[in-house]
Design a protein around this ligand. Sequence first.
Ligand SMILES: *[C@@H]1O[C@H](CO)[C@@H](O)[C@H](O)[C@H]1NC(C)=O
Ligand SMILES: *[C@@H]1O[C@H](CO)[C@@H](O)[C@H](O)[C@H]1NC(C)=O
Ligand SMILES: *[C@@H]1O[C@H](CO)[C@@H](O)[C@H](O)[C@H]1NC(C)=O
Ligand SMILES: *[C@@H]1O[C@H](CO)[C@@H](O)[C@H](O)[C@H]1NC(C)=O
Ligand SMILES: *[C@@H]1O[C@H](CO)[C@@H](O)[C@H](O)[C@H]1NC(C)=O
Ligand SMILES: *[C@@H]1O[C@H](CO)[C@@H](O)[C@H](O)[C@H]1NC(C)=O
Length: 462
Amino acid sequence: MLTFLWKFIVFHFLIMSCCLLNDVNPEDNLDIPAIAKYFNTKGRYEEVNPYLIEDILAVNRSILQPPSAQCQEIHLTAIIRHGTRYPTTKNIKEMQQLYNIVLHNASGEASWLHEIQTQWTMWYTEDMDGRLVQKGVNDLKHLAVRLSKLFPSLISEEKLRGGFIQFITSSKHRCVNSTLSFKAGLTELWAITDKEFDHVVNDALMRFFDQCTRFVVEVDNNTSAVAEVNKFKQGPEMRRVQEKIADRLRVPYSLITHDLTEAAFYLCAYEFAIKAVTSPWCQLFDEVDAKVMEYASDLREYWKRGYGYDINSKSSCRLFHDVFSRLDKAASENKSGQQVTEPVTVQIGHADTLLPLLTLLGFFKDSDALTSTNYASQTQRSFRTSHMLPYAANLVLVLYDCGGGDLRLQPLLNEKPVTFPGLTDPRAPVPLYEDVKEHYRELLQGCDFETECQLFKHPAEV
Ligand SMILES: *[C@@H]1O[C@H](CO)[C@@H](O)[C@H](O)[C@H]1NC(C)=O
Ligand SMILES: *[C@@H]1O[C@H](CO)[C@@H](O)[C@H](O)[C@H]1NC(C)=O
Ligand SMILES: *[C@@H]1O[C@H](CO)[C@@H](O)[C@H](O)[C@H]1NC(C)=O
Ligand SMILES: *[C@@H]1O[C@H](CO)[C@@H](O)[C@H](O)[C@H]1NC(C)=O
Ligand SMILES: *[C@@H]1O[C@H](CO)[C@@H](O)[C@H](O)[C@H]1NC(C)=O
Ligand SMILES: *[C@@H]1O[C@H](CO)[C@@H](O)[C@H](O)[C@H]1NC(C)=O
């Protein structure tokens, strides 16, 4: 009894001291579900950069050293995913189904279950259909401010007013609203009220996946293409997760399908991303379960947008060439003594826009494919959408002029410097632009969208 009391006192003392000292580690934040690290593309940007939890406008300039002191940034392209959004109509229907089961069939006695049954309300409606939420507006506003702090000479009031910052967006409402939000972040920062700034809708660039016939027919609209995903959903790891949920609810195993399991996971994820609350739905999963859910979703992204099929990444050829042609233009303008005419491009699209491009560039490639049977050996995989593609995920490419025709290209993913895979030189972490072009020479000379996306007569087959 004494030991117990003593432990109790020490425990409380530790809690008090941690709070009084105000050095709470964001990782220990009690308001964050333990499973929030595994939400795939439904994850918060803050989980990827936890320092933002304390200060959403913080930038870590110390990790972004220009290649050398005399370097100056001359061009920046940012390819950004839209911010936090509502679930899609399909997800909402599944959530409603699950909620009905919990209301009418669950007989467990846990307090969280009681809370769902008596206090939680199904507030999602089908017309919300994937729209940007207020948190999503803020995601983009804050990102705009942080990027302007990281690159003050490029994302500046002068450049914006001069029309040197171009905005290109996918036509989807959540992307257009994200674009408006990014712009609002800048105009509010500089208190610009006398001027509005245009954006261009361009689905050929930002929703290329819909326009690539070969991809649509062979992968996107082909259930056999995701056979590994379906096998995993039927497999032992996933079955165990479903059984544990049924046990927690005290309903027959047959009632909890994979779709409903996913709906439960999404409910926890959406309640957290949209409202910043840890909802009672989160209690349906422990971390072991969450990792299985995360893998199922990564598996799907791998086969539908990632390395699973060559056409997935090739569908982004147009965007790839577009990015490099603007880099080339900036490089040659600077070299020939002209002002760079397009110093900044901000392009807003989808996870489905970023992932094929990241794959084309070779990022997050593991030695083994993700399959239905190698869950256990893939625990250390780099292909992890929770890290790569939270809401407002972004790939930023910055071209530096370092004097004497020395141009260098720095890639950043989610505001952290990364290196082009296969192009690392410890003495020069930021590669020469020429070396980057050499590294991607084959793609720069080929990767023709029209040819790759044709259904027949694919070059690899003739
Ligand atoms: C910034 O980056 C440096 C170097 O990686 C790191 O030591 C530091 O903790 C980072 N600061 C924040 C606030 O994350
Ligand atoms: C679930 O509850 C509904 C409504 O009470 C009932 O009609 C249905 O039979 C129940 N299903 C199972 C499997 O118990
Ligand atoms: C998004 O834009 C539409 C109109 O384009 C507007 O009605 C809606 O309120 C916007 N949503 C947000 C969250 O800004
Ligand atoms: C669907 O995918 C499977 C597996 O990759 C492939 O063998 C088949 O040809 C695809 N079907 C179509 C219509 O392309
Ligand atoms: C998708 O496949 C279905 C049947 O497999 C077919 O009816 C439909 O036309 C296809 N859609 C596209 C866009 O290819
Ligand atoms: C190229 O860019 C650098 C860095 O901004 C600048 O100092 C230099 O004047 C530019 N060259 C020309 C010809 O504009």
